[in-house]
Design a protein around this ligand. Structure first.
Ligand code: GCO
Ligand code: MG
Length: 425
């Protein structure tokens, strides 16, 4: 082939036809805002004037995703047909030589969400209708109870039940430690992303935790009675042996799930945990693709997969994970902390309403300012969530208000053992 021969002015696949028959993306803009916590939003605008919103928030690494989107993805989107959601997903995933990983997959996820939002608005349908329609009327949700000691934890639990929650994650302080991630002390935030250039450092003691947690959770079960769905998160901190012991010691407590018992990298260790306990296991909030879920699902080493709709490549990819999991009777219980935005929660709820093996959605709640910036159609009532029936995802961002909350560096704490060495987060 002669490199000098004039190339045919071919239209790139996925871009607008010369006839103008298809809508096309005219802008993809990144917005970083901090109404209580840092959030990254992606706004895609089309020639027809439709606007789609995606969430691109990756706690503590927000600006990395913002730059990935701004510098490497937004220029590729301009001119594309927004209706080609799957093709755009394939283009961004397969087209980047460097696949997977949280930054890439969060960026891909943000685009996917924004395009589903546009597709909904273009057709006048809520996204769950485009995914096949509702398979349930509402989505069971769990929230968090936290108390430094058992009486405080029981008070927190009662407050959650008064709000109607039927499923609650219970986290307790550990005698001898000053702070424990996920546990409030003296009314302070319990999953703080402390503002500042570096994370706070905490001391962690697994032995003390293992001595205390089973007793505290047994007290919660005794107080709550048999019907409450009770969950507990070990935050990736145990060895397989410790995890197996914890699972065993909690069998009488009858947990709905025991979450993130071991660090997620070495998945084989879950075989050991599984052999020693029938406690239902949940894992996956740090996973980014179906590939990290594959052996855990097909070997039935877990009961619930926790991939977050944004961090695992959007609705299009979460649906694939769900489809694989369904075959193996594994259910979805997606991550839903306040460090992903209400756009992410909306996307998870649309997916959940239309996905048979979607079991439960985490709902940590948001600060009032966050609700004001991200005005959403989804709603909570009586222990359940519903995505609403607005076209698209049903979340609009108040950009003027968002601009009043500029980004500030903020990080989750890190943990060291008593000897000063770093421990698993
Ligand atoms: C959960 C999670 C959170 C994470 C946080 C990280 O189950 O909700 O473990 O507590 O720590 O979302 O950014
Ligand atoms: Mg967790």
């Amino acid at each position: 082939m002669n490199p000098a021969s004039p190339a045919a002015p071919a239209r790139r696949p996925g871009t607008r036809a010369a006839s103008g028959a298809r809508d096309s993306v005219v802008a993809a803009e990144v917005l970083v805002t901090s109404p209580g916590r840092n959030y990254v939003a992606l706004k895609i605008t089309t020639a027809e004037g439709l606007v789609g919103w995606g969430d691109a928030t990756l706690n503590g690494r927000e600006l990395a995703v913002a730059a990935y989107l701004r510098d490497h993805v937004a220029p590729l989107l301009v001119g594309r047909d927004p209706a080609r959601v799957e093709d755009t997903w394939q283009y961004l995933y397969r087209g980047a030589y460097w696949r997977r990983g949280p930054v890439t997959m969060t960026a891909v996820g943000a685009v996917d969400l924004a395009l589903w939002d546009i597709k909904g608005k273009a057709t006048g349908q809520p996204v769950y209708q485009l995914l096949g329609g509702a398979v349930r009327d509402r989505i069971l949700t769990y929230t968090h109870a936290t108390g430094w000691d058992v009486p405080e934890l029981l008070d927190s639990l009662d407050a959650r039940r008064e709000q109607g929650f039927r499923a609650v994650r219970a986290q307790t302080g550990v005698p001898g430690l000053d702070t424990v991630y996920g546990v409030s002390r003296g009314g302070a935030a319990y999953e703080p992303a402390g503002r500042g250039a570096a994370p706070a450092e905490e001391i962690w003691d697994t032995d003390a935790y293992l001595r205390h947690a089973p007793r505290a959770l047994a007290a919660v079960r005794e107080h709550a009675g048999p019907e409450l769905k009770l969950l507990h998160d070990a935050h990736h901190r145990l060895t397989p042996g410790e995890a197996a012991r914890l699972g065993r010691s909690l069998e009488e407590v009858d947990l709905f799930w025991l979450e993130d018992v071991t660090p997620a990298e070495n998945q084989e260790v879950l075989r050991h945990v599984r052999r020693h306990t029938t406690a239902p296991l949940a894992i996956g909030e740090v996973f980014n693709t179906v590939w990290e879920c594959q052996s855990l699902i097909t070997e039935q080493l877990i009961d619930y997969v926790r991939t977050c709709v944004t961090h695992a490549g959007g609705i299009s990819h979460l649906r694939r994970i769900a489809a694989l999991a369904e075959i193996w009777q594994v259910k979805l219980g997606p991550h839903g902390p306040s460090d992903v935005s209400p756009v992410a929660l909306a996307a998870s709820l649309h997916t959940g309403l239309a996905t048979p093996n979607f079991a439960i959605q985490e709902y940590m709640g948001y600060e009032p300012r966050t609700h004001e910036v991200f005005r959403h159609d989804w709603s909570y009532a009586d222990g359940y969530l519903h995505p609403g029936d607005a076209p698209g995802l049903g979340v609009e961002v108040d950009e003027a208000l968002a601009a009043r909350f500029p980004y500030e560096p903020a990080y989750l704490p890190v943990a060291r053992r008593r000897d000063g060495s770093m421990t698993d987060w």
